[in-house]
Design a protein around this ligand. Structure first.
Ligand code: URA
Length: 276
């Protein structure tokens, strides 16, 4: 990535450029001194994100070797007792079967209101997995994760740590949109858990970045508030895969002043990734 492009990403995220010093990315010192007094008001538009992507002229950082995370090290369902009786056992499903199971899923009432299921997508051998809460209106229409405005900001957040969106695997805790984007119900999360669990097993990521309180609490099986979940490294229950929590991009669109804190989280995730 060229330095100007990287700076453009950071700017598009609305974060002060000074923070990248610690990340030891390839930005020369003199280019890090621009400190915007305030974060930008809003997220980048689709066109600017697209233009920035076009400007990329170098591959994102790829790991020297993929960490072997034995599928067996990941428990199939950390709390099987929460699963509805009828839950499909996904533990040996290949990608196609799993996707088909999701597409035809009727385990909870969300199948009655969804337009399409949103299975997830990206690089199935990714080192990074990004996990969000649930599809929104646009995702429900397109059947793809993070394609709305929040998705555009997510793309820029990833680019700020030199990660091309298509190099990551992106999925949600829920595969169907809750009506009016309400919070997922516990039984919906339980019904969907096996699908995401199997996605983890198939991808075997080196790191998981979780966006938003709901996804973080459900993945880490905790009720701790987001403020306490951010800023430290967790591991996926039943496995050694590190998990870093940050704000949901939809929240950052509403509260851009917190983009600086999100950048701290991204830097933490990046450091963990390098160590993994
Ligand atoms: N918000 C999410 O959590 N996931 C999506 O896919 C879109 C918006």
């Amino acid at each position: 990535m060229t330095n100007p492009a990287q700076l453009a990403y950071l700017e598009a995220m609305g974060i002060p450029v000074w923070v990248s010093r610690e990340l030891v990315l390839d930005v020369p010192q003199e280019q890090l001194t621009t400190v915007a007094p305030d974060v930008k008001e809003d997220a980048p538009c689709a066109e600017s994100a697209g233009a920035i992507l076009q400007a990329m002229d170098e591959a994102t950082l790829k790991p020297s070797g993929k960490m072997e995370t034995p599928a067996a090290a990941i428990s199939n369902a950390p709390d099987k007792q929460l699963m509805p009786d009828t839950i499909t056992d996904c533990s040996s499903m290949a990608w196609q079967t799993l996707e088909q199971a999701v597409a035809t899923c009727r385990l909870c009432d969300l199948h009655k209101t969804r337009i399409r299921t949103v299975f997830g997508g990206g690089n199935q051998q990714a080192d990074w997995m990004i996990v969000g809460e649930a599809p929104g209106a646009e995702e429900d229409r397109q059947g793809l994760p993070f394609v709305g405005r929040a998705g555009q900001l997510l793309t820029n957040m990833l680019a700020a740590i030199k990660l091309k969106r298509e190099d990551a695997y992106i999925a949600n805790v829920l595969k169907c949109r809750p009506p009016n984007n309400r919070d997922p119900l516990p039984q919906e999360v339980a019904a969907c858990r096996g699908y995401l669990q199997r996605q983890f097993e198939l991808v075997q990521p080196r790191i998981i970045l979780v966006v938003g309180r709901v996804a973080a609490q459900s993945l880490l099986q905790t009720k701790e508030p987001l403020a306490r979940l951010r800023g430290r490294v967790h591991s996926l229950p039943g496995s050694a895969i590190p998990v870093v929590v940050t704000y949901h991009p939809a929240y950052l669109l509403r509260k851009p002043a917190d983009k600086g804190k999100a950048w701290q989280d991204l830097k933490l995730a990046y450091r963990v990734f390098l160590d993994a």
